[in-house]
Design a protein around this ligand. Structure first.
Ligand code: ATP
Ligand code: LTN
Length: 338
């Protein structure tokens, strides 16, 4: 049986938070063994909003180190930096030329992010086309992402189907989004009605960042917004969004089912206890990740080697796909003898 192909990406914009870990990275690591995996630090996507060059360079390496620290194994998965593989930018242009503008203008993330910017860059609008290329140039069957990226994967399917229809081919594999059942949408601790987000994580109290100190994690959880009640159980009630979010984090970290989680808190004395207990399990889960991250960042050799090998493997897969796509679209290939 051929293995399923998996592609996913994460932006190196710093502030990697618990939502990114529980909704994405941890699952990539947990499910890598039986699949052919490509995990990409999508630095080109980060350029769609203004970045400080030195910081972007640092965050890109730090993000790659974090993927390894979270258990992604370079023996089982190809880990690479998007800009190291030119097929992504080259192929994105080709996809741009078959993607209707209206499809991009409708994207929720574009509407949200552009509303927050004074000046909106063209790249921000084009962001989902670059992402479609990431997925399609690897013939990915599955794209494990958080709930917020589902629309982009659906757009990827539309772009692939449009290409296949226009050129009467089955060239592109039509990928499926794979969304977690637990922690698909970790909410902000300061406001449980918005998703925990890197772009809001500079505000203290919004997110638990994977590299935060134990003291900071405890501080942020202790200040988490809840409600005026005392009952600690999952509830289908928007007023309970804060408690649901804390219980959901606890559930995802401990791997228990809902009933076991509620039983753990049966004798708790109010929300104060809940917050401290959630903080404790998160601190313990992040401790080994932080230690391994520090080790990888202190000695760049291992990381550089993994990333160079990852880029070489990623090129082997994606460049022939983009070259074939150019031919299908009518571009003249370089003559092989010159
Ligand atoms: P931003 O909100 O600034 O766009 P982000 O927090 O969504 O950034 P990304 O790098 O875009 O971070 O996302 C990496 C992965 O984490 C994606 O698969 C995304 O779906 C997932 N993810 C992001 N936020 C959450 C969240 N709050 N809960 C669960 N998964 C999330
Ligand atoms: N847009 C995604 C990151 C991303 C991605 C991808 C995810 C870029 N390319 C390809 C899955 C597959 C995000 O913001 N989380």
């Amino acid at each position: 049986m051929t293995k399923k192909r998996v592609f996913s990406g994460i932006q190196p914009t710093g502030n990697t938070h618990l939502g990114n870990y529980l909704g994405a990275i941890r699952r990539w690591a947990a499910e890598q063994a039986d699949k052919t995996n490509f995990f990409c630090v999508v630095d080109l996507h980060s350029l769609t909003v203004p970045q400080d060059p030195a910081q972007l360079r640092h965050e890109t390496r730090s993000m790659a180190a974090l993927l390894l620290a979270c258990g992604i194994d370079p023996q089982q998965s190809t880990v690479f930096i998007q800009s190291h593989v030119t097929a992504h930018a080259e192929g994105c242009w080709l996809l741009n030329c078959i993607t209707p503008l209206g499809w991009l203008q409708r994207m929720t993330q574009f509407k949200d992010k552009s509303a927050r910017q004074e000046s909106v860059l063209t790249g921000l609008l084009d962001y989902p086309v670059l992402m479609a290329g990431d997925i399609l140039f690897y013939d990915a069957d599955e794209v494990p992402v958080g709930e917020d990226q589902k629309q982009h994967v659906e757009l990827t399917r539309d772009i692939a189907q449009r290409f296949n229809a226009l050129y009467e081919t089955e060239f592109f594999v039509i990928p499926q989004p794979v969304i977690a059942k637990v922690a698909a949408r970790v909410m902000g601790l300061d406001d449980p009605t918005v998703k925990m987000s890197k772009s809001l994580a500079d505000k203290r109290g919004h997110a638990v960042k994977l590299l935060d100190s134990p003291d900071e994690i405890l501080y942020v959880f202790k200040r988490a917004v809840t409600d005026s009640g005392r009952e600690i159980r999952f509830a289908d009630d928007p007023d309970k969004a804060g408690v649901n979010n804390l219980l959901g984090i606890y559930q995802a970290v401990t791997g228990q089912d809902r009933a076991a989680v509620e039983a753990d808190f049966a004798s708790a004395r109010g929300y104060g206890d809940l917050k401290v207990r959630v903080a404790e399990v998160v601190i313990e889960a992040l401790r080994p990740i932080q230690a391994r991250h520090a080790e990888l960042m202190a000695d760049s050799g291992e990381l550089d080697h993994v990333l160079a090998a990852g880029a070489a493997r990623a090129r082997e897969v994606s460049q022939p796909k983009v070259d074939e796509m150019k031919q299908i679209m009518g571009l003249v290939p370089v003559h092989p003898t010159f």
